[in-house]
Design a protein around this ligand. Sequence first.
Ligand SMILES: NC(=O)c1ccc[n+]([C@@H]2O[C@H](COP(=O)([O-])OP(=O)(O)OC[C@H]3O[C@@H](n4cnc5c(N)ncnc54)[C@H](O)[C@@H]3O)[C@@H](O)[C@H]2O)c1
Length: 330
Amino acid sequence: MRIALLGAGRIGRHHGTVLADQPGVDQVIVVDVDPERAAEVAAAIGGRVALTSEEAMDAADAVVVTASTDAHAGLVRGAVERGLPTFCEKPLAFELADTAALVELIEARGAIVQVGFQRRFDPAYREARRLVDTGELGTVYLVRLIAHDHEPPPDAYIPVSGGLFRDSSIHDFDALRWVTGQEAVEVYADGSVRGFPVFERHSDVDTGAAIVRLADGTLGVLSQTRHDPLGYDIRMEIVGSRDSVAIGLGDRTPLRTLEPGTPAPVGPAWQTFPTRFERAYHDELVAFLQVASGRTTNPCSARDALEAMRLAVAADRSRREHRPVRVMET
Ligand SMILES: NC(=O)c1ccc[n+]([C@@H]2O[C@H](COP(=O)([O-])OP(=O)(O)OC[C@H]3O[C@@H](n4cnc5c(N)ncnc54)[C@H](O)[C@@H]3O)[C@@H](O)[C@H]2O)c1
């Protein structure tokens, strides 16, 4: 299979490396609006460069979109119109209306578009979903979502990111829906700039919180920061009537307990998303190759991405308007 890799930045390089290593992949064709980046990544993974995304797609059997968020919708549209199975990094589009229009096109054509919510492939998230699904957790009372980046993204990334909730919390929103099997109905969110004034210049925040009400009354409580001095801290805790469980809590959790006599974690603490979710990123791409060759069904559809985006947009609106927002208002 020949893969067009559209975007050779941080995640493009990572996904390109995984893809080039798969037995079913004959060639990775790399494109970036910055040709030097494309050349560098192609050389590193043993791929070849194309000058435009059109040229790359015309020579490919499947497409992987890892460009900046503002380019996703146009690139996915191009791939769908060519009938090519596509993996797209989250989010599917920058704006909700564009996401909805794209999902309509994808569904009308019966196209395959898998979206990169890699936590669906993380073993602990999968186990949490199973425990909820089988009833082993009992009635789910509350889900705590913790998403603390180690370091903020590069300054240039911020204006094209879509903001904290659409860029980062969208992973937690998808995980909340996926693990509980419930849709979100309302969100109240707030945000603050506590450490990095560059976020304020782009009407964004570096610290956020949200309370999400799910359809069955379960509450989700999100805490989100763009900086955590100890590392990259991604957790989910679920309190149910029969059990109480945590994802991301272990020897590598970047958190220091103040309880006397409690041993320090063995570490080293998680520092970056590619290491924290290494297996999940690998497995989602292996799954995509199987989806693209018709061997399995899509584990994360464009409609899933639309629902997560709806919640992220509602959270963003709630923060700006200082009021609870019904998800269907968006
Ligand atoms: N799933 C995850 O955990 C995860 C993690 C990081 C990034 N992402 C997503 O991946 C995307 C890229 O993020 P990144 O951190 O790699 O950003 P980045 O800025 O490092 O890389 C983006 C690359 O896309 C290129 N680009 C922009 N427009 C393009 C176009 N039209 N065609 C081809 N290339 C184009 C840029 O020149 C740049 O090299 C973002 O949408 C982001 O939300 C997802």
